[in-house]
Ligand binder design. Structure first.
Ligand SMILES: C[S@@+](CC[C@H](N)C(=O)[O-])C[C@H]1O[C@@H](n2cnc3c(N)ncnc32)[C@H](O)[C@@H]1O
Length: 365
């Protein structure tokens, strides 16, 4: 696949490659999403109707409310620590957390115990989060490792899919890394295989020639930090994202611009890039007992999504009732987000499986 290196960031990346040689796909993603001035997640308002995509908390308040109830129940399960570091990774517009906190306001002691930390690199989104969550006086961080130690509850919806991935192809010589280089015109970005074998080959499974693989060091490093934090102080993490069993064993990186599929390499900084999340790799890197992943539809229904929708409809007029049903269907229907998105919990499993995962025995990693 090729892409026109249009735009200021595309030209900067092309110049870097012309000076120092091809870069890894992860390096390209890091620049395209996180370049301090021109990266997609530095300047854009990516979410919502005017943005490039819509996420579950923006579809229905039920999503954040049920995740809030789950977090509150886990707080009780770990003996109601105060303070508890409540951490959201990539909070978007702050909608999930705002719905979660509204839904749990009557639980005695919970809000008093919460010390809220938001991991976010997008300045415009930080502004929206500040408005949505002002009463809870959040602290922002660019990285998880600057959050103070202590008992921890983590929630992440569509965060891990935005982290950089490396890509590989199995050739007759062995695993070779897929790189981003330049076409003959010296300007257009294009994919090309590295000439030599990858030092990551030892981490990749034996596979026939032609196989492909993807791995996210950034995602695994964050999972490792969550694991260390929870092992030291107790806690739980709930991760919602998309990625099926093939994640890690196929190339899944995709571009989205204005709610449509877009060339990954064209318009860096203006195109959302994401990759399927490899839940197995995350669970392994976290090193904690893990539950799931279970389909988002099944998970939300086990937590009472249908009952919550019925309660909302009881106070609604007919158009509102139809809107509530339509939003719920988007979240839970198997042909919409219900099975594509999956939910995994990791944590201090001494008390058994958390809500929504009751038929999943803990898989110790
Ligand atoms: C796909 S959006 C999801 C937003 C929100 N969780 C939701 O469900 O609406 C990804 C979020 O992660 C943030 N983000 C992306 N890459 C990040 C990084 N490397 N570090 C911190 N935040 C990041 C984005 O700015 C955004 O808030």
């Amino acid at each position: 696949m090729t892409g026109e290196g249009t735009g200021q960031l595309g030209r900067l990346i092309a110049r870097r490659i012309s000076l120092t040689g091809p870069i890894t796909v992860a390096e390209f993603m890091t620049e395209a999403l996180g370049h301090p001035r021109l990266g997609y997640y530095r300047k854009a308002m990516p979410l919502g109707v005017v943005g490039d995509f819509t996420t579950a908390p923006e579809i229905s308040q039920i999503f954040g409310e049920l995740l809030g109830a789950w977090l509150a129940e886990r707080w009780m399960a770990i003996d109601r620590p105060a303070p508890v570091r409540l951490i959201e990774l990539g909070p978007g517009r702050g909608t999930l957390m705002s719905d979660a906190l509204r839904a749990t306001r009557t639980l005695p002691g919970f809000h008093d115990a919460i010390d809220l930390h938001l991991i976010e690199i997008d300045e415009p989104l930080r502004g929206l989060q500040a408005t949505a969550l002002a009463p809870f006086r959040p602290t922002w961080h660019a990285r998880l490792d600057s959050v103070p130690e202590g008992p921890t509850l983590v929630v992440a919806n569509e965060f891990f899919d935005a982290l950089p991935v490396r890509q590989f192809e199995r050739t007759d010589k062995g695993w070779v890394e897929r790189m981003v280089g330049l076409a003959a015109d010296g300007e257009t970005l294009r994919f090309a295989l590295a000439p030599g074998l990858s030092p990551f080959a030892s981490l990749l499974p034996e596979a026939p020639v032609g196989s492909q693989a993807e791995l996210s060091e950034a995602a695994q490093a964050i999972a490792d930090q969550i694991g260390q934090r929870i092992r030291r102080h107790g806690g739980w993490a709930l991760i919602v994202d998309y990625g099926d069993e093939r994640a890690g064993r196929a190339l899944s990186l995709q571009g989205v611009r204005g709610h449509r599929g877009a060339d990954v390499l064209a318009h860096p900084g203006e195109t959302d890039l994401s990759a399927h999340v490899d839940f197995t790799a995350l669970a392994k890197a976290g090193g904690l007992p893990s539950f799931g992943p279970v389909g988002q539809g099944e998970f939300l229904q086990r937590l009472g999504a249908l009952q919550r929708a019925a309660a909302l409809k009881a106070h609604a007029d007919e158009p509102q009732r139809q809107a509530i049903d339509a939003a719920l269907a988007r979240l839970i229907a198997p042909d919409q987000m219900g099975t594509l998105f999956r939910v995994m919990a990791v944590g201090d499993a001494r008390g058994g499986a958390p809500a929504g995962f009751s038929n999943f025995p803990a898989s110790a990693t």
